[in-house]
Design a protein around this ligand. Structure first.
Ligand SMILES: Cc1cc2nc3c(=O)[nH]c(=O)nc-3n(C[C@H](O)[C@H](O)[C@H](O)COP(=O)(O)OP(=O)(O)OC[C@H]3O[C@@H](n4cnc5c(N)ncnc54)[C@H](O)[C@@H]3O)c2cc1C
Length: 372
């Protein structure tokens, strides 16, 4: 960015070669020329840092335990924070870089679009969630309940991976995958395909993961399943008898209607809502019920996603310097600004509302830039 004394006066940089790569795929870094544009205002809307593991690790907050050694990449490679040092060179201050939102339910995409591509499972509540040592996660860390709380719990215990234990009945009803390419019924606006989610068997993209995904294992019995889990994670082989006991203790709570298992109570509660009962939450049943299909284990790893800290702005989206003064002509919006003003939905944010903050902060920035 051009930043002589007095503020930002435009932007300059290399022009990259044309590249026919599909959306989300990496493109060529080959420069074929330079550009320089004079402007009264520059708005940085370059996204967050989730594609840059080094940056994620270096800013990792201690409240989420130690930074993971291995991460799956949940955002396209261009979400690399590359505009942060450019803005900093122009005097911008980065606010709360340790505010971030990542998922514990990451699986490696068998059909990747970008390097290290991971996908987040959007789970219903029934899978039994075990840490890498085979211990069941404590309430309220159930699938889909408290993203940052569960991530913090696992990372504080030093677990690089965890496991969902379930069966075919649960995966068929409760697994959805995050990402436009994983939801062709929604992105293709196909009511017929959406209605297919009510049918038996897992939705197509989930079935593909069951077939091809390196993190998915299926077996008829607990010992067979645990044996396969040990082959996938040999350094953390679990004891089949101990896992059998964890499953049996959970299943025993279904023997009568007075069970005290908090997860089973939450499942029953979820089924009180007709939408969840129809499309999202399997009726409580024993995990080892042979009629519920083979047992399934899914290995989960940390998946990077959202950036809640970023370029420090005021309520007019003007980028501030370290002393809190606006840098003339420089604005920021979206994830680059921690969703505007350094975190529009607060420290822990609110699942599913990130895009709204990005759009809203973009509107604020555009209006402020137009006012001059
Ligand atoms: C798989 C997935 C699922 C999601 N699901 C949800 C959801 O359900 N609900 C929700 O609210 N949010 C969701 N999000 C988050 C939401 O999509 C993002 O927070 C939002 O898109 C960020 O918008 P943005 O405009 O700030 O950044 P981006 O959408 O990342 O756009 C940044 C743009 O800047 C470009 N860029 C970056 N660096 C440079 C550079 N140096 N020079 C030129 N251009 C550059 C990039 O190519 C990109 O086009 C999801 C994100 C992903 C990846």
């Amino acid at each position: 960015m051009a930043a002589p004394l007095g503020g930002i006066t435009g932007a300059a940089g290399p022009v990259l070669a044309d590249d026919p790569a599909l959306r989300g795929r990496p493109t060529t870094p080959e420069a074929v020329g330079d550009f320089s544009i004079a402007a009264d205002a520059v708005i940085i809307a370059s996204g967050g840092i989730g594609g840059n593991h080094e940056l994620v690790r270096s800013a990792w907050p201690t409240r989420l335990g130690a930074a993971p050694e291995s991460l799956l990449t949940g955002v396209p490679a261009n979400v690399d924070g590359s505009m942060f040092p450019v803005a900093q060179a122009a005097g911008a201050h980065i606010h709360a870089p340790d505010r971030m939102w990542h998922y514990a339910e990451g699986i490696r995409n068998w059909n990747p679009i970008w390097p290290g591509h991971g996908v987040r499972i959007l789970p219903g509540p029934s899978s039994l969630w075990l840490d890498a040592a085979g211990d069941r996660l404590p309430a309220p860390n159930f699938p889909g309940f408290d993203t940052l709380g569960t991530l913090g719990h696992l990372r504080s215990g030093g677990h690089e991976h965890s496991w969902f234990l379930l069966n075919e009945r649960i995966i068929s009803k409760e697994f959805a995958l995050s990402g436009s390419e994983q939801n062709p019924d929604l992105t293709g606006r196909s009511v017929r395909r959406l209605a297919g989610r009510l049918g038996s068997g897992p939705p197509g993209p989930v079935a593909d993961f069951l077939r091809h995904g390196e993190d998915f294992l299926a077996a008829a019995t607990v010992p067979e399943l645990v044996d396969k889990m040990a082959r996938l994670e040999p350094a953390h082989a679990l004891d089949a008898a101990a896992i059998g006991e964890v499953i049996a203790a959970r299943d025993a709570q279904l023997a009568n209607g007075f069970g005290k298992d908090a997860q089973l109570a939450a499942i029953r509660d979820a089924r009180g809502y007709r939408g969840d009962r129809l499309m999202r939450t399997a009726a409580p049943h024993r995990l080892t019920d042979p009629a519920a299909g083979p047992l399934i284990a899914v290995r989960l790893r940390t998946l990077t996603r959202k950036t809640l800290g970023g370029l420090h702005t005021d309520l007019d989206a003007r980028v501030l310097d370290a002393s809190g003064r606006p840098i003339s002509g420089l604005f920021a919006a979206g994830e680059a600004a921690g969703f505007g003003g350094g975190g529009m939905h607060g420290h822990r944010s609110l699942e599913g509302t990130f895009l709204g903050g990005c759009l809203f902060s973009g509107r604020v920035a555009g209006r402020a830039a137009a006012r001059g």
